[in-house]
Design a protein around this ligand. Sequence first.
Ligand code: SF4
Length: 278
Amino acid sequence: MKKLHASSQYIGLLNKLKIDCEKCSGLCCVALYFAKAEGFPADKAPGEPCKNLMPDFRCSIHSELAQCKLKGCMAFDCFGAGQKVTQSIYSNKTWCNTPKKASEIYDVFLIVYRLHQMLWYLLEAFAIAPAAMLEKDMEALILENEHMTNLPPDEILTLDIDNYRTRVNQVLKKAAKLVFAATNSTAESKKGTDFMGKNFKNTNLDGKDFSMALLIAANLEGCSLYGTNFLGADLRDTNIKNADLSESIFLTQGQVNAAIGNRNTKLPAVLTYPTTWQ
Ligand code: SF4
């Protein structure tokens, strides 16, 4: 089968979207709302630091997250928004050393997080060979995204993100359709999104549209997933052991971190194997 992902001129930009907690001020562990039921240590309100966050912004139980079954912490991926906000937008002014700015910093973080997530998907779409005809549209949206995240905080806070998101979604949908056509898939078109616990073991799911699907605890072991669309799918505890996701589309590191795989799971080249996988 032909490779769907080509090498991209944006590999440098893609690397900047990789999470780098060392360069952040623990923003996700403070700014976000958490629920214990979703795999975080306790219920907490936005702006309240997690009790495990240390003064140097490290997590005191980082090496025990898997043992403590803190799936929410393990799966969360800020798409590099944490380091961007801490280092570049606020030049190391943090919620801790500049408490008067804390609330503004959290709001900016949430906007940059959404923008970086969309940028990740755009960069992924840009690297998909069958979507090459959308290159100009994607390039314009990528440049617009970069421009927005380089604005000063007061301007970031007034951005019309919903309008931008609508335009991004339109391009991503077109890209997904082109991939579907290129897979020569016989997978049935989308029927529902709830596949919680469903057993697909060893099924050919090439070209299947799992966008926004609930795949919690579903069994995708040994599945072929060529061109399968995982945009926004919930992969918590999804079994992807021995599955081939190397040419799946719109798969993120957070989804992979939340799933259960092994060393025989094949991942897209831009994603890494969670340390917890055997
Ligand atoms: S447990 Fe650690 S990683 Fe999870 S929210 Fe708290 S400080 Fe962050």
